[in-house]
Design a binder for this molecule. Structure first.
Ligand SMILES: [Zn+2]
Length: 438
């Protein structure tokens, strides 16, 4: 068990975490006024402790940088377990889309609060979200204390009237989010995919995101059907089409990428696009090909991890995703040395933080104090021959004891503020949504 000392209040913003293990070394981590990491090292926090500054006593906890989830539709937590084990088209057309047509802003608020709670409880401190009613999502994220990049899911289906409405909704949300002036919450644009957004709109979104200096969040080459339809309708495969519209940039995060070929991986590398690997969603929806990790690595692409929405996963636990990613890549490409534990941990921390621009994703002086403490005294960490192996292959999100985001405690000994209210609110919203949609 990891203890909190009661040296002084408030405990929400500790100035030092003592007696933790960083890369196997026993040390203290100091936190400055801006919520960033100060000194790290054995005994580094002694002076702060003596002067009675608020502290967390780690009692030998293993420490990692907070995890980053680069592809979510957070409010879909309300549809967790609502419809599983179905064919993709039938699942979308008869279950998911009819329910989504009844969504309200309040639903998205409660669904996102539940998602944030789940992510905090499994060690995630930042996420990249695309959905609807995003002002309500932003409100939920703000209350959670997490970091997020939020985008309104732009879908015009080639319809001119719809295009105008989507442009307006995008601009409105970007202005709203910038006006929040909350450094933890930033806007992006969210062209849903090549099969739902017209080329004119893709061009507009590319240009607008460049002007506003904000990110682009897009689905890319998730299924073979998406690739084949795109080719037969436009003469181009999805990456070429997106590139012709200016969507492939160093500010872009492309989710899935299962059906990329080698040349397309090279193109993403040249353009500096970040890719979000979502192995659990891909397996559950049987997309029939694993993201070509070896080709993306060879092309120098920054590869990150995502869970996708809760209807196609059905959890937001990045520990589970880390294990699945490592296993899927080895299995699919038939190479037992592929995607070792240290690399998959880097995808969930450093690479994700780089893609979202939330810091370095490393435990080092000057980096944001996005820190998770993991229980050492647990079956999955006994014995502890190789910490990375245990964290990826043995532990789940339940190993996370305490979470700090930008120096603020979001979970302490697995207690999150407002948890009961969030569970009750989400339960109620989900039940009402299903009643309206049925
Ligand atoms: Zn998605």
């Amino acid at each position: 068990m990891i203890g909190m000392t009661s040296s002084s209040v408030p405990q929400e913003h500790p100035r030092v975490i003592t007696d933790v293990r960083v890369r196997g070394e026993r040390c203290d981590i100091c936190i400055d006024d801006h919520g960033c990491i100060g000194e790290i090292g054995e005994g580094a926090g002694r002076a702060l402790l003596r002067s009675g500054e608020p502290a967390i006593t780690g009692k030998g906890a293993i420490v990692l940088p907070g995890l980053v989830n680069t592809h979510t539709h957070a409010a879909m937590t309300l549809l967790r377990g609502f419809a599983d084990d179905m064919q993709l088209a039938e699942w979308l057309e008869t279950k998911i889309w009819p329910m989504e047509s009844h969504l309200t802003g309040e639903d998205v608020y409660w669904g996102t609060r539940l998602a944030c709670l789940e992510m905090i409880r499994s060690g995630t401190i930042a996420f990249n979200d695309m959905y609807f009613f995003m002002k309500d999502a932003a409100r939920a994220v703000k209350e959670s204390g997490m970091k997020a990049v939020l985008s309104y899911g732009f879908i015009d289906l080639g319809d001119a009237d719809r295009r105008e409405k989507e442009i307006q909704a995008t601009e409105e949300f970007v202005i709203f989010t910038k006006n929040l002036a909350n450094p933890l919450i930033r806007p992006a644009v969210g062209p849903h995919a090549v099969y739902t957004v017209s080329r004119d709109s893709l061009r507009w979104l590319a240009e607008y995101s460049g002007q506003e200096k904000i990110g682009i969040h897009v689905h890319l080459s998730e299924t073979e059907k998406e690739v084949e339809d795109c080719r037969s309708q436009t003469g181009m495969r999805p990456p070429a089409l997106l590139d012709s519209c200016g969507i492939l940039t160093p500010r872009t995060i492309a989710a899935h990428g299962c059906w990329l070929d080698q040349e397309e991986c090279a193109l993403l590398g040249q353009k500096g696009v970040h890719v979000s690997h979502n192995p659990q969603s891909n397996m559950k929806l049987a997309v029939n090909r694993a993201m070509p990790y070896p080709d993306l690595v060879a092309a120098g692409v920054n590869i990150t991890l995502g869970t996708d929405g809760c209807a196609s996963n059905n959890s937001l636990d990045l520990f589970a995703t880390m294990k699945t990613a490592a296993l899927l890549q080895k299995f699919y490409w038939n190479r037992e040395t592929l995607l070792p534990a240290t690399d998959v941990l880097r995808m969930a921390t450093e690479n994700g933080a780089r893609a979202l621009g939330t810091g370095t994703g490393r435990l080092e002086p000057g980096a944001p104090a996005d820190i998770i403490l993991l229980s050492r005294a647990s079956t999955c960490n006994t014995p502890l021959h190789h910490v990375e192996s245990n964290l990826v292959y043995s532990c789940g999100g339940g190993i996370v004891d305490t979470v700090l985001c930008q120096g603020k405690v979001l979970m302490q000994h697995r207690q999150v503020a407002g948890e009961e209210e969030i569970l009750a609110g989400a339960e109620k919203a989900a039940a009402a949504l299903v009643r309206r949609g049925s």
